[in-house]
Design a protein around this ligand. Structure first.
Ligand code: FAD
Length: 372
């Protein structure tokens, strides 16, 4: 079982209303913020929805991890709120105690190394215990539908193939069992990074309109190394606990956050994000080499000699971290019988807010596209 509401199931171990032997109105691939927003919209419209994710938990790139007692956000670090719709969603999450504001800006290191103080007046939000708190809140909003058997979320379940049977979408899942499981649904929402969704569609032999194919194939993402460092004493990162590095700066680092000052870790714990260029150039390099280079780059914000002050370190590689281009539509429908739609942070604007808005829009579209 994963954390969160009681009807989230991992692999084949199903609890609550049960998942097997049901056909679903919609299967959503991906339990990141886009997939969970799409699911809430479908449930609101009275549709029965199954969300599947290959990860051990939900949240996707909104990810929080522990090294002993140290807690790290190692994917998204904060989110901003611009639209009214996302503002309403975040307001409800704040009321439920899931999210709070962190700051109104962070220290900035310019290309010449000069540090400017934090603060532009625009709130940056974070999860109260970590960034996974927002997806966990979205899961909690699905709980009564899950109890009633109208929704389910399965983690540790990788979609390996898509197909269609008449007007039904057919999804093959590898849930770590000996045989693949096959599930049918009236419609399909794909939220993985676009290259991964395209691979699934290509393997299914889905023929895309030339313009749709061109649009989706044009999507590009930067990879990102996330280095997690447990320190033996508080860091020297200035309040409110993070530094953004100018993209034009020659160094490998794009972002440095102090999870203790952020309020999610009792132990001093730094998250270091490498920039896109460095992450691309070193993507296949040995982890120790990458970690040494990143530690050297953040040396000024570690109190003492890193050889002793860093008591534990761990490196995570995000292959599709941040879109560098964005498709100027909230989602793209790639099929109508059965309805299949791609959404996520590549659409409707990048980042957490873009992913949420895209998921909500895709869920609404799908609810209308299904037969009554
Ligand atoms: C290092 C890093 C730093 C970031 N910093 C910020 C930030 O500070 N602020 C901000 O707003 N945004 C930030 N982002 C971006 C933000 O995290 C994303 O925009 C947002 O979380 C994307 O949500 P999503 O639901 O579209 O995609 P995802 O969160 O990627 O969800 C897609 C899900 O699909 C699942 N999946 C993929 N393939 C399959 C399959 N075959 N079968 C089953 N499941 C599958 C994945 O496991 C994943 O959970 C950052 C991202 C990274 C990686």
């Amino acid at each position: 079982m994963t954390g969160g509401p009681g009807h989230v199931v991992e692999g084949r171990h199903e609890v609550g209303a049960g998942v097997a032997d049901q056909s679903w109105d919609v299967i959503v691939v991906g339990a990141g913020v886009a997939g969970l927003c799409a699911a809430t919209e479908l449930v609101r419209a009275g549709r029965r929805v199954l969300v599947v994710d290959k990860g051990r938990g939900s949240g996707g790139r909104m990810a929080t991890r522990r090294l002993g007692a140290a807690v790290f956000d190692h994917g998204a670090q904060f989110f901003t709120v611009r639209s009214r719709e996302f503002g309403d969603l975040v307001g409800a999450a704040e009321e439920a105690g899931a999210v709070t504001t962190w700051s109104d800006g962070f220290a900035h290191v310019a290309a010449d190394g000069a540090i400017a103080p934090a603060g532009d007046g625009h709130p940056r939000w974070r999860g109260v215990r970590g960034m996974t708190d927002l997806p966990k809140h979205l899961l909690a909003t699905l709980e009564s539908a899950m109890t009633a058997g109208r929704a389910a979320v399965r983690t540790a379940a990788r979609v390996t193939a898509l197909d269609s049977e008449g007007a039904c979408a057919r999804v093959t899942i590898d849930a770590g069992t000996n045989s693949a499981e096959i599930l049918d649904a009236g419609g399909l929402i794909l939220t993985p990074p676009v290259p991964q969704s395209l691979d699934l569609l290509a393997a299914a032999g889905t023929v895309l309109e030339p313009e749709t194919r061109r649009l989706l194939e044009s999507m590009r993402y930067d990879p990102c190394f996330a280095l997690m460092l447990v320190l033996d004493r508080p860091s020297l990162v200035p309040a409110p606990g993070a530094i953004q590095f100018d993209a034009a700066a020659a160094g490998p680092v794009a972002w440095l956050a102090d999870n203790q000052q952020k309020g999610i870790s009792v132990l001093p714990a730094l998250t270091v994000h490498a920039g896109g260029r460095f992450s691309r150039d070193y993507f296949e390099a040995p982890p120790d080499e990458v970690m040494d280079l990143l530690v050297a780059a953040v040396r000024p914000w570690i109190d003492g000699d890193p050889a002793t002050a860093v008591v534990e370190r761990s490196l995570h590689r995000w292959k599709f971290a941040l879109p560098t281009t964005v498709i100027p539509a909230p989602f793209v429908a790639v099929g109508t019988a059965p309805p299949i739609v791609c959404c996520g942070d590549a659409f409707a604007g990048p980042r957490v807010e873009g992913a949420a808005s895209s998921g909500l829009a895709a869920g609404r579209w799908m609810a209308g596209a299904l037969s009554p």
